[in-house]
Design a protein around this ligand. Structure first.
Ligand SMILES: Nc1ncnc2c1ncn2[C@@H]1O[C@H](COP(=O)(O)OP(=O)(O)OP(=O)(O)O)[C@@H](O)[C@H]1O
Length: 309
């Protein structure tokens, strides 16, 4: 099996490149290494590989955004199999799917390769795709503000990257204006008022290790919608800690449904994310369909682990 590493040098606030320089010294099998040069480049490179007939293992060396782009490119191909080495900041992909911890694990996979057909989430008729989750509201606003923050670069340089995240959590907690969400699935229609956020998940984790959707499975043909609504700021803070264990779902203010498709309508224009990266804003009062794509992608089948060691 051919092996291609796709390395995002800026992932993990630039740590991915240093990690790759050490990692490649440990590889004892033939491989090709390609570096991404800008957002969207991984998808372009992988789409061009659809003509390959030889089974090819694509290893995303980066974070959740890099993996989403590789998967968007690989979807629909029967010869491309996607694996990862966690080298991003949040690395939720490795928690919900799989991640090679070292070169020996890749070598072991190559000796008896197998794959799982996985679901790909999409909305806006496939204009946006996601492997792990896509969200509307509070969490999306925080990730957009953090990514756009001029302070992010220099705080990362001095190793205080988490501080900028914490600052924007507090700022958004104070400033955030709730919204109304209408969820339609089949003939059912449900209205949620005072919503903080709504997340459509294909795997349990988001936000760097929070178990937002404990029952999500990557290959069951379903997506789970989690809506957090009608909560005071204080209760949101109290519930926050329970998200790491997945026990937040006990609260009546956290609603979950599981379906292959939903239509979501929001009463104002607010930020969205796909796998933690900015994905425009919601249209006002216009239904957007979130669905499992008809195209599947193939993940490297190594033992599924919940947490990266
Ligand atoms: N050479 C590049 N220069 C600038 N941006 C790039 C480059 N290559 C890829 N990108 C973009 O970088 C974004 C961030 O990468 P990625 O999500 O993998 O890292 P991260 O944000 O550190 O990790 P995580 O999402 O796990 O927190 C990707 O969405 C991709 O579009």
């Amino acid at each position: 099996m051919k092996v291609v590493f796709l390395i995002n040098p800026i992932a993990g606030n630039g740590r991915a490149l240093k990690k790759w320089q050490q990692f490649k010294q440990t590889l004892s099998f033939p491989y090709e290494a390609l570096f991404t040069e800008k957002g969207g480049h991984a998808t372009q490179m992988v789409k061009a590989m659809h003509k390959l007939v030889e089974p090819t293992l694509l290893i995303g060396f980066g974070g959740d955004g890099t993996l989403r782009e590789i998967i968007a490119g690989a979807a629909g191909s029967k010869s491309l199999i996607v694996g990862s080495v966690a080298a991003g900041s949040g690395n939720d992909f490795g928690r919900g799917y799989t991640s090679f911890p070292n070169a020996a694990a890749i070598q072991q996979f190559l000796e008896a390769p197998s794959f799982i057909k996985e679901d790909l989430g999409e909305f806006d008729d496939g204009a946006y795709q996601f492997a792990s989750s896509s969200g509307i509201g509070f969490d999306a606003e925080i990730s957009v503000l953090v990514n756009r923050s001029p302070a992010k670069k220099w705080l990362n340089k001095i190793g205080a990257g988490k501080l900028v995240y914490l600052l924007y959590v507090i700022k958004t907690l104070v400033d955030f204006k709730h919204f109304q969400l209408v969820v339609e699935e089949g003939n059912q229609r449900k209205i949620y008022d005072n919503v903080w956020f709504a997340t459509v998940s294909n795997q349990p984790f988001f936000g760097g290790g929070m178990k937002i959707s404990p029952n999500s499975k990557t290959d069951d043909g379903l997506m789970e919608l989690t809506v957090v609504h009608n909560l005071s700021r204080l209760k949101l803070l109290l519930i926050f800690g329970t998200v790491f264990t997945g026990t937040h779902t006990r609260f009546k203010e956290v609603s979950q449904i599981s379906r292959p498709e939903f239509r979501l309508t929001v009463n104002k224009s607010i930020f969205r994310h796909v796998d933690g990266d900015e994905a425009g804003k919601t249209p006002e009062n216009k239904a957007v369909t979130y669905a499992v794509s008809k195209q599947y992608w193939q993940s490297a089948n190594i033992a599924k682990k919940e947490e990266l060691k």
